[in-house]
Design a protein around this ligand. Sequence first.
Ligand code: F6R
Length: 246
Amino acid sequence: MGEFMPDIIRTDDAQDFADTAARLIWARITSIKNPLITFPTGKTPLDIYSRLLRDHGGDKAVWEKVRYLALDEYVGLPEGDERLFAQWLGRELLDRAGVPASNRMVFNSLAADPAQEAKRMEQWIAANGPIDIAILGLGENGHIGFNEPGSAFDSVTRQIALSPETREANARYWGSLDKVPEQAFTLGLKTLSSARHVFLLVSGAHKAAALEATLHGPLTPDVPATVLRTLPNVTIIADKAALGLK
Ligand code: F6R
């Protein structure tokens, strides 16, 4: 397997991180006509989304052309549930930016046949892709999307059991662990690897070990983000704390 060194953009503090990421992401969005983009949920991108809205929220002509592709989603939540990632991204970015509902390809959390639902997503991407910009966060356990440790580099979109650490990490948003579903959908590592460009966003000292393993550890499904080193088109935007620097 070929190995590449991702482009690493080192930023200072949380503010510089958010400013820099928003600038680079916007530059890429505006360089593509109808960009197909995955946006992550979670804490890492929150300030980035605020800045995109603050600085470019009025640029409706651009947002109207953005095509949003769900990166991952909980399984089994009813339509409209505030925990749904599709809802979360709507609140934090897409509704406010004006990305049309008809431009959003999301998982049906309540699909009767999850395997079929995952297949539907793969087929949709095959017909409408490639993904132009895969924007990803990094889990403390090295996951990207919800490709938990053990995910094969050639995995495709599927249902996956969330690890206890991931459920714990996400419980802070919803108050208690029992509010976090046990199963999720995720685009696979192979699916994400087919993107034209990947941004990995990493902020905070609690991510330092995972980022170190991503950059310098063995290429292994135990640290799913190491798959990014097999790709030639990855930009990692990280702050000093995540890079283990003072
Ligand atoms: C969320 C997702 C996850 C998060 C990761 C980091 O849609 O795909 O991989 O990006 O768990 O989450 P935060 O930013 O909350 O630390």
